[in-house]
Design a protein. Sequence first.
Lengths: 294, 480
Amino acid sequence: MKKLVLLLVGIALLAGYAYGADLEYFQVYAPKDGMSADEIMQVEYFVKYTKFLRDVEFYGKAYLIDKSGATRERGTLRQRITLGRKSDNVAYKDLNMFTSPAQVKGMATLSWTYLDPKRQQDIWIWLPSLKKIRKVSTASSDDSFMGSDFSVEDILTRRFEDETYTLVGQENFKGYTSKFDNKTYYQGTPSFVIECKSKRSPWYYSKRVLWVDKKTGGGFYEEKYDPNGKKFMTLFKNFVVYNVNGKEFPMQTIIEGEDLRTGHRSVIINSDIKIDKGLLEEKFSEGTLSQQRW
Amino acid sequence: MKKLVICLLFLCLCYSFASAGLLDKDKFEFNGYVKTETSFRIDGSANTTLDKFKNFIDLAGQYKISGDELVFFLHARYWYDFAYGLNDKLDPAQYYMQHVQRTDWLRDCYLDFIKDRWFLRLGKQQVVWGQADGIAILDRVNPFDLTEYWLPDAPDIRIPLWMANINYSPKLNSNIQLLIIPDFEQSTAAPPPAPFAFRSYKLYEDFKKFWIGPPKPGHPFTGALNQNIYYPDDPIKIGFQWKDKISGWDYTLNYLYGYDYLARTYLDSTVVQILPRQPPKITRNYGRRFKIDQLVGGSLNHTFTREGPLKGVTLRADAAVYINEPTYYGNAATGESAGVNRWNNIFWLMGLDRFFFTKYLASFQFAQYIMEHDDGGVFNPSTKRPYDTLNTYTNGAQDKLENIFSLKISSHYMNDKLLPEVLWSFTDDNQGRISPKINYEVNDNLWLTLGYHYFYGDPRDSNGEFRNENQLYLNVKYTF
């Protein structure tokens, strides 16, 4: 019996993996009614990591806001090239830089993400305070991402394979009012509600409840619950649909997170997004980091 | 000084124009900071004296002449240390330590050219080789300013040089670098009685005081001393680095040829003059010379990304052979140098970095400095035994095999507003340094740093020599 269960689990995993493998890079996918939770989440991850694009460049600002309202601001530039290349297993490469304030200006990271879900990213960092490139260990997935309220896995490392998924409902979303710009987003948007449970145990959250836009596949709102089942974090993403060369796809323009325990909030605004401008893969190398001046 | 003022005025004008929108903001970028570094020396009796009240203004700007292809970058810094006006004990070192020296105010001044596979950086700059932290194994392209020992950040220790830094990438993720350095600056150190003056410098000062002057007990002659510094006539330095990646392992091969930046002292001659009805006059003539040596080495860097016990560990390694490295020999007990050997010495390091308990980063380094021989090879005529090999900075005994360790733990709190770290570096001679530090970001522009340097060990060892010079410091930095 035990062997049979294992076999069934194995088949199910393979089926899931096969579906994931079926999502081809550089194509646009959207969820459909009748899809399983796993299938919806495959699309959600595809959208999250912009696998439908060759390359993209985000200029923006990140705001770290205390409970008192005191705000720290960081200028950011993020570039990504999607490769989905099986020969060397590289899925995509990211280049992230701080453009302000002066204290952190020039700090830059280069990361390579691999197709193999069990393989960690390779990350290099340019440290202006040392004027040198360091290859660094991937930070713990549950650690804070660059001082924000997002965890490292929220932004960088969480993969489809890291959680199990249950479709808990479908609804028209009640709406999210941003504390940053006081606008209400996604009110009445038809969405799937997915419960995501980490395969790691113990872990810093017991579950995430995620609302996925039926139209675009973007996971636009989530609530995280601690191991005691208490909600401790909300995370909102605003997607705007772009049309480039006849291809329509959603891009994240706002990410807002709030730690309900501390009242601290983090907001990332991608104000200037350039898509498929022809970034060269050579740019995503250590050489680019060593050309930093600040 | 005049050049510095002109340069600062130029940068300020550019900033004003940029602020007023007269310069294209896409082409021109400008940043700077003012900073105050205050520190107190705490000696063995817990007496506290102000030993640094250093104030900086730092300005940097870049102008994109032609997109990202051709960019001019300028970075200037001026500082003045008021402690040398407030603390009489520091007076003898005031001339060298109170303000920025000569052209050191110009930190960077170069033109970047980036086209296809080529990257050229022409001008005054610093180039960093190697993976080691705080230990210069391959990082020897630029000379060092050790007036504050190895305590400041590495870019503030390196002395920039005018050079051509030519890079070509023959294939993805690889790079050939050629450095042609026609400039020369010597590495510097603090003169006594400045904090962190090396023991070897103090011994030389004491020797001069003893030697120079009329006869005295144990010194039945008139002593005189001359010292000349012989700068290289043709100080060109050549560097080469090949960088590539094999199966996730980044590696470099390095070669550096040219004059060592640290002068060694040679006794050139001793002249005895017999004077009628007077004690003899003995003049010792010393020459400080820079010698050509070579560095051959390489580095490795790898993060274990696949499943297994090492997953998440970053491994770093540097190794170098210094061919014909000048190495002092003499009497380690008295700290008296008797001459200089030219040896092939080896320095290698391995470092491991890993996060643990979510937010703590541990960096461990182990290094070995291996001298070519056990002793100086030359016999001391008074003891009939070979001379000792000497540590360049302390004139204490230099082991043939020196084991060096460092461990740094760093973390972050309050959404990265509070960044604590502690560094412990030590050797197998039971000497070392413990340096805890806290950085606090008050707001986007204002940063505070509070820290302490605690030294221990034998006074003839490189950290132990400062065991009565522990330092408590506070830095305030405002950026704009």
